[in-house]
Design a protein around this ligand. Structure first.
Ligand code: CDP
Length: 783
């Protein structure tokens, strides 16, 4: 049951979500709800070819069509120096195709008309003369010396984008040379898509009289968008007002700047009226940033008793036509080097090579702290391969290799400093809650009867909360975050943050943090995010960074308010400042328990009765640059049964024990875990974006790219352990992405465990029923 928002001392309590009355009554204001006078509509023409030279574009018939006001082509943009734009990964991306197209559904032209239907109809009238070119879909083939060069705009005449490595190659090789046991496994993390319910879109509104652009956009990072748009368009940054209204899901998809945004802005600049562009579902899946698409090979060197020694990983990252990953600048493969996970490896060496292919650009951090999901899936999968080789119980192998709680802060072999954790306690709780020993007994009995039941474990370690600014930046902008608090005379608060939630409940949880610091209730605090004219600069919400960064800023900003409030309280209580004590709800006087003033009293005095010489008012801003990331972790266990007749996998039980440090709102954390597990389930069992040899996208909509309904989704059981982050102001770690990061391995490990009597060691995701059915039939299992 959710608690009232009027609760005092709200930290750690399941306060009801303040945003829900608005969102569940259909009163949210999303991008497509924005209607402005004289607004026009834009639609985008997309390439049917994955790789083709553009010989000619004839837009004359489209321009003459009813209602059409403007057609924009790549050539028009080139004339404005806007044909290409920078990506957050430091690459460049075509806004509208010039010269050639590099993936199917690439943006070729934009039509602006009085209605959306007129714009869509006019798209059909644009004649484009394409000359098809050889297509490269397979990233390994793209690296072959005779592969066609895709990016002719680049100096480097190769499809290879970057080579990146972490760890110690020599030490790792030495440990492998002498190791008694070595296991090796190729693992693919398929190309998936964040696929938020609300696709991308914007309304660009340029006012030629004031020279100001108001840009409404469904964005996870409005400040970063404003800066990029200023850099791309040449408009002064203060003349761009970015407003990100309610966001219907982001999951990483709404971090980048997309070509449609630039085209809508150009159209509004040219026409002097607002221009709206809203993607279709197909446009969202086929052209905006995909995620994952990692081809990984991992090897573990170990002793016979199961103690792991070294880890070696080689990865090919398929980025599609443009490297449009939204990774921090210094990390072309994101934080993939967290791949040693929860285990105390002596050494590790990790390499990643990025490759161009004729596919949609990316890859974005889909509910993931930049390639952590890939890393976590890989190590959790390969630990199971090792357990199987040694004929050890996978829980036992993990317990034997965990980083022990007395090893924190733990220096990982790839250079991270893990802040805190108690992995053994977390796994033991999960084992006990699910009844592991009994389940293994049941499994043995079922196996004896020829039934296929599996138990899969994943004990992941996450790395979230980028900054700190000295290591993390996006396009040079340091990855700190911010909060600004204004306490008004009646003690009511408006707080603005540099992040932008998309359903995570910040309006409640950040109100809880601030209310806790100021002795108020969450109801007293209004949280505003997403307006660059009012909110302090911040890098946005993705990669579970909001709590570690803006959450820290909110707490410290509250404490900054309290410093001034204490001075005012001393004045009101007529005592020296040193005699004033904050008891969590009010300022009291040392030794005089009856005398106190509340924050509301202080707030009123801040505007009516401040000590002589003090500046009136009660407000503060805090830019928080965290000293380190936070390292949430968890132990997930899946139990599956396989239908021998159909190959269908039923997830019978799923136990998720998460440790995200101190919890602000347990109900919201549970909701985050449910959502992320559902996405992890979908990735494991139903999602992939394949391309055929001609580069045709074979899953361009929700008929082929499956999204689980409530009927498909298993029942989730949750619990938690708490090891606070020692460096975070309220001891919290992020949580939003943990279930997406940790769960795919639990599902796959469970299915492989079920099929292990047949000698199965690995199955690549997605585990469609036909894959399991084929394995069963190959082994003569026929019901
Ligand atoms: O950056 P994002 O908001 O996606 O992720 P997060 O920082 O993991 O937070 C997701 C939601 O869970 C927010 O409303 C947080 O305030 C809440 N949360 C919490 O209540 N306790 C934690 N220890 C971590 C997050």
């Amino acid at each position: 049951m959710a608690l009232q928002q009027t609760e005092l001392r709200p930290m750690g309590k399941s306060i009801g979500r303040k945003e829900d009355p608005r969102l569940i009554r259909g009163k949210g204001r999303y991008i497509d709800d924005i209607m402005l006078p004289n607004m026009l509509y834009m639609c985008v023409l997309r390439s049917p070819y994955a790789h083709a030279r553009i010989r000619r574009i004839d837009a004359s018939a489209a321009l003459a069509a009813p209602g059409v006001k403007l057609v924009i082509t790549g050539e028009d943009l080139a004339g404005m120096n806007l044909a290409w734009m920078p990506t957050m990964a430091g690459d460049t991306q075509m806004v509208l195709a010039t010269g050639k197209v590099l993936f199917q559904y690439q943006e070729v032209a934009a039509v602006v008309a009085e209605t959306r239907a007129q714009a869509e109809d006019a798209l059909q009238l644009i004649e484009v003369d394409y000359e098809p070119l050889p297509v490269v879909v397979d990233p390994f083939k793209a690296l072959e010396p005779d592969a066609p060069i895709l990016r002719e705009d680049k100096e480097k005449k190769s499809n290879h984008i970057f080579h990146w490595e972490a760890g110690d190659r020599e030490q790792t090789e030495a440990l492998f040379r002498d190791a008694p046991v070595i296991v090796k496994q190729d693992v693919r993390f398929p190309r998936v898509h964040p696929s938020p319910l609300e696709p991308c879109g914007c309304v660009a509104d340029y006012n030629s009289a004031t020279g100001r652009l108001t840009f409404y956009v469904t964005s996870q990072a409005p400040h970063a968008h404003r800066t990029v748009l200023a850099m791309v368009s040449g408009l002064p940054e203060h003349q761009i007002h970015v407003i990100s209204p309610d966001v219907g899901g982001g999951f990483g998809n709404k971090v980048p700047v997309y070509p449609g945004y630039v085209c809508a802005i150009v159209a509004s600049l040219k026409l002097g009226v607002p221009v709206k562009w809203i993607e279709t579902r197909t446009e969202n899946i086929t052209s905006t940033n995909f995620a994952r698409d990692y081809h990984m090979t991992a090897e573990i060197a170990a002793r016979e008793d199961g103690r792991v020694l070294a880890l070696r990983v080689k990865t090919v990252a398929d980025h599609g036509a443009f490297d449009a990953a939204a990774d921090p600048s210094k990390f072309p493969a994101g934080l993939f080097s967290i791949v040693t996970g929860s285990y105390d490896f002596r050494s590790a060496f990790v390499e990643v090579d990025g490759v161009y292919t004729n596919k949609a650009p990316g890859g974005v951090a889909y509910r993931c702290s930049f390639r952590v999901t890939e890393a976590s899936y890989l190590i959790e999968r390969v630990m199971d391969v090792l357990a199987r080789r040694l004929q050890m119980d996978p829980a036992e192998l993990r317990l034997r290799n965990f980083i022990r709680k007395d090893q924190f802060p733990y220096h990982s072999p790839t250079g991270w400093v893990y802040d805190s954790g108690d992995y053994e306690k977390t796994l033991n709780l999960a084992l006990q809650r699910i009844g592991y020993a009994e389940l293994r007994k049941e499994q043995a009995e079922k196996r004896a009867r020829g039934e296929f039941m599996g138990i899969g474990i994943s004990t992941f370690t996450e790395i979230v909360g980028a900054g700190p600014g000295h290591t993390f930046d996006i396009m040079g902008i340091k990855m700190f975050d911010s909060a600004q608090i204004r306490v008004h005379p009646t003690g009511k608060v408006i707080a603005r943050l540099g992040v932008r939630h998309q359903g995570q409940g910040h309006e409640t949880t950040f109100a809880q943090i601030i209310a806790e610091e100021l002795g108020l209730s969450a109801d007293d605090v209004l949280i505003e995010e997403g307006d660059t004219d009012t909110a302090p600069y911040g890098l946005g919400t993705y990669a579970s960074r909001s709590t570690p960064t803006a959450g820290g800023a909110a707490a410290l900003c509250g404490r900054r308010i309290r410093e001034k409030a204490r001075k005012i309280a001393a004045h009101l209580l007529e005592v020296g400042e040193d005699d004033v004590i904050w008891d969590g709800l009010a300022f009291t006087v040392k030794g005089l328990p009856g005398r106190s003033v509340s924050m509301k009293d202080v707030a009123f005095a801040a505007y009516t009765n401040v000590p002589e010489g003090m500046e009136p008012g009660l407000e503060a801003t805090y830019y928080y640059d965290p000293p380190n990331l936070t390292f949430p972790n968890g132990a997930y266990i899946a139990v599956v049964d396989i239908d021998k007749g159909t190959g269908a996998v039923k997830v019978r039980r799923f136990m998720a024990v998460d440790d995200c440090g101190n919890v602000i709102n347990p109900m919201i954390v549970e909701g985050q875990v449910h959502g992320g597990l559902t996405e992890g389930f979908a990735i494991a069992f139903m999602q992939d974006i394949p391309y055929d040899a001609d580069g045709n996208c074979l899953a361009p909509n929700w008929m082929d790219y499956l999204v689980p309904t409530s009927l498909d989704t298993p029942h989730w059981e949750t619990d938690r352990t708490v090891t606070p982050s020692p460096h975070h102001p309220i001891g919290a770690k992020g949580v939003g992405e943990s279930p997406n990061v940790g769960s795919p391995a639990a599902f796959v490990n469970a299915v492989v465990d079920a099929l292990s009597p047949l000698g199965v060691e690995h199955i690549d995701m997605p585990i469609f029923p036909w894959k399991v059915w084929s394995i069963l039939r190959e082994h003569g299992i026929d019901e």
